[in-house]
Ligand binder design. Sequence first.
Ligand code: GLN
Length: 522
Amino acid sequence: MTASQALTRLQAHEMAARLRAGEVSSTELLEAHLASIAATDTAIHAWLAVDEELARVAANAADKRLVRARADGAEALAALPSMLGIPVGLKDLVIARGRQATAGSRILEGFTSPYDAHSVERLDAVGAVIVGKTNMDEFAMGSSTEHSGYGPTANPWDLSRVPGGSSGGSAAAVAAYHVPVAIGTDTGGSIRQPASLTGTVGIKPTYGRVSRYGIIAFASSLDQVGPLGRDVRDAALLLGAVAGYDERDSTSAPLEVPDFAGALPADDDKAAAALRGVRLGLPRQYFVEGMEPGVEARVREAVVALEDAGAEIIEVDMPHTDYGLATYYIVAPAEASANLARYDGIRFGHAVRDGDVLANYKSTRDQGFGPEVKRRLMLGTYALSAGYRDAYYIKAQKVRTLIKGDFDAAFEGVDALVAPVSPTVAFPLGERLDDPVAMYLVDACTLPVSVAGLPGLSVPAGLSDGLPVGLQLIGKAWDEARLLQLGRAYEAVTATARWRTLEPADLGRAADQATGAPTLGI
Ligand code: GLN
C-alpha cells in the first residue's frame, strides 16, 4: 500500500488528530482521496460530481487555520472546529451553493443550486472539505441506486452487485476509501440499508433532529439527513456536525444536541461496559419471510455477543410490523406526488419546449423522470384522489399510529431494539429492477422505524458469502446518543473479529478497470 492509500484508510477522527498534530495536511488528505477516486470510480461510479477545485480551496483554507492554530498553541488547537480539513461526500439530494443538484434525476440535469442546505452550512461551519456529490436513486426512490438517471453504482465488495440505496453512492464512496464519511438521507431505509450492504456504519436520526432545509424533498414527513462512516465514532462526529435546530424547517426540533462523538470512549473495555445491564428488545417479526439464512445467522450471533457482554435480551412482539411496507408505500408516494409537482420545465433543470404550456409540461416530465418516479407519482396521485383518499391515505395514516404504538409498547420494557437491517446481502445488479415489489421488500426491516419517526443505526456485523451484513439498533425518539454508545460497544466486543480486518474484495478489480471502458451501464 502506498503512503497516499494509507492516508485514505484512516478514520475521520484519526485524521482530525493528525491534522492538529501537524503530521498531515488537509491538502495531502484531499489529494490522497482524489487519487483513490481516480483509481476506482470508473468501475464503482459512486460520484455524480467531483468538485476538485472547490475542495482544494477548502483544504487550503483549512491548512492555513491549522498552521495558525499550531503557532498559537494548545488552546487555539482545541478551539478548532471538529471536522476541519476532513474530506466529506454529499448525496446529490442535498443542495450546496454553486454546485450541481440533480437528485439523481435527468429532470434536474444542469441545475445549480443558488443556496446552501442547513447541513451544508453546518459542514462549512465545522470546516469539512466537501469533495463532491454522490450518486443515488432518482429522488431517493429505490434501494439499489439502479434507479439513478445517471447509471448505477457498483458495490466495492462485488462489482456485479448493488451497494443498496438510495444513498448507494455515499455508502460505496465510504466503503471504497474515497472519503472517510459522507452525508446520506433516509426516508425509509436509504442510509441504513446501503450501510448494511457495503459494510459501513449509518444512522438515520430521529425525525426532526437534522433540518430538512435544502434537502430536495421526497416524502417530507419521513425524510431525514444522516451520516455514513467506517466506524461509529465517525458517524457520531458527522451527525454532531449537522444536527440541531433550524428555524427554516418547521419540523426541526428545538432540542440540545449532545456531544455524540465526545461521549464515545476510544478504549474498547470502556466502550463495551455500556452493554452491562442494558435491556435490548429482539422483535420476533423482524426475522421476515425470505431472510437469507446467512444474514439471520450473523444477526443472531451479534445478539449473542451483546448478551455475553452483559446485555439482557428480551424477545418482543411488534404485531404491526407487517403493515410497515404497505403504509409507507401509500404515505411516501402521496407526499412525493405533491413535492415533485414543481418540476414543470419552467423553474428547474431539464425543459422541453415543443408545444403549448401543457404539452411542454407533459414532455418535460415524460422525458425527465425515470420509470420508478413515474410509478410513485401515479400511485401517490391515486392515493390522494377524491374518493380514494379516505380508503388509502387516511387509512395509512391511522396504521402509522398503530406502528408507532408497537414501538411505544416495546420501549416500556427495553432500552433499545436490536434487529436485522436488510433480509439479504447485496443482490446482483439488475436482479430486482423489473420487479418493484421485490425491490420494496428489501426495506421491510427499516420502513417501520421511519414510519414511526425513530432513530436507527446500522453497524457491520460480519459477512455472509463474503458480503457484508448489518445489525440494526433502534432507539426511542432523540436517543441517538444511546444508539451510538451501543453501536460503539458492539464494535468493541467484536474488535478482534477477522472480518473487521478485511477490505472490500473488489477494490483491486475496480482499480484494474479504471483504465478500461466503464463496465456498468446495464
Ligand atoms: N427504498 C425506499 C424507497 O424506495 C426508501 C428510500 C429512502 O429511504 N429514500 O422509497
